[in-house]
Design a binder for this molecule. Structure first.
Ligand code: NAP
Length: 340
């Protein structure tokens, strides 16, 4: 029986609603990174992906104050004094997430991945984003020992972000090269398990959050995604692992994020063509992840949310979301209100 994300029970809001940047009154920081934080939002994730709330469309307006509900400059999203661990911190969404947490006031950002050079590049960018110290831990998610070494070096942490993935070479199931196909599961599933086992023992006892970056393609009809069986199946299964982590660790906030479409190495491996798709800026998921780690998002424990969802509207729907299995992995096609 195939798993899929439960979106069918969610009221559909297929049409794009254009919303101006919301105001919270923070001044734009006079830093290079802050200037780059003007978030452009164009991805509609139009059908077949449906939305629980309207999607935020922010205009790219140079030299305008950045004022947004998911801005890491908002005091409500502050991670002052906290230690942030980003696996996959050497590139793409992970790198930008590390910078966003630095902007949100993190005390320390620990960067994990296999490539020392790219991790060091991210570390070199941290001072442009905030005052956080940083550390580089060359680690392979598929190797328990290297993750345990990194966890021991980092010590107590507050936010753990898994922004890593492997997308196997695109091929039909029948002709996929087995080792490459399985590498998707080794990285995305075994890697999630090993990271959890390595880092759970050193989680802050009452303020820890684990945020996993999964993928919206796991919602799409498989006919839209030729050759992506390993990536889609492993990332969908990954969403369920995070739900278990949430259920089994009541002292830790665990949730997952669909980042939208961002041009990265991983995106290119999926066969995505940025020139043909409504792309997002990398800041959108990075800033959304900072919001997900904040007290404002605690009602999303064990749930998955899209980075382009309007968080103010999401907060307003809190009671509805908590009523059922909204935004969790499950079966499609069951009648409304059906229970086992
Ligand atoms: N970009 C998109 O449009 C999009 C859409 C949906 C979901 N996502 C998700 O977003 C997350 C971030 O991906 P991205 O788009 O930012 O792509 P990316 O830039 O290619 O980042 C992937 C990261 O994973 C790390 N990684 C891969 N295998 C690893 C391993 N065995 N051990 C440790 N680290 C490993 C890579 O670093 P090393 O190679 O140095 O180890 C790299 O930094 C992924 O979970 C992906 O599934 C992205």
């Amino acid at each position: 029986m195939a798993l899929t994300m439960v979106a069918h029970t969610i009221p559909s809001a297929l049409q794009e609603v254009s919303a101006p940047i919301t105001t919270n009154g923070e001044p734009l920081l006079n830093r290079p990174y802050a200037m780059a934080m003007i978030t452009s939002r164009t991805s509609a994730l139009s059908p077949p992906c449906r939305s629980l709330v309207r999607k935020v469309e922010k205009q790219e307006v140079p030299n305008v104050e950045y004022k947004c509900s998911i801005s890491p400059l908002r005091p409500e999203l502050s991670v002052a004094g906290k230690t942030i661990v980003v696996i996959g911190g050497g590139s793409g969404i992970g790198r930008e997430t590390a910078l966003a947490f630095a902007t949100a006031g993190a005390a320390h950002v620990a960067l994990l991945g296999r490539t020392e050079a790219t991790l060091k590049e991210t570390a070199a960018l941290i001072p442009s984003a905030g005052k956080a110290s940083s550390s580089v831990h060359v680690s392979d998610l598929t190797q328990a020992a290297s993750l345990k070494t990194a966890a021991a070096a980092v010590g107590e942490w507050h936010v753990l972000v898994l922004a890593s993935a492997y997308c196997s070479n695109r091929a039909p199931v029948a002709s996929s090269e087995v080792d490459d196909w399985w590498k998707g599961f080794e990285t995305n599933i075994k890697g999630t398990l090993l990271a959890a086992q390595a880092f759970l023992p050193t989680a802050h006892p009452s303020q820890a959050a684990i945020l996993g970056v999964t993928t919206d393609v796991s919602l799409m009809p498989t006919t839209y995604l030729p050759g992506l069986s390993s990536y889609v199946a492993s990332k969908l299964a990954q969403a369920k692992v995070y739900e278990f982590l949430a259920a089994e660790n009541p002292n830790i906030f665990v949730a997952t994020i669909y980042p939208g479409m961002v041009e990265t190495d991983n995106f290119r491996r999926t066969g995505g063509k940025a020139e043909k798709l409504p792309m997002d800026t990398v800041q959108l998921p990075a800033h959304f992840i900072v919001w997900m780690a904040s007290p404002e998002a605690t009602f999303l424990r064990g749930r998955c949310a899209w980075a382009n969802w309007d968080v103010d509207e999401l907060k307003a729907k809190k009671d509805k979301i908590l009523e059922g299995l909204f935004m969790t992995a499950g079966f499609k096609g069951l009648p409304e209100g059906a229970h086992l």
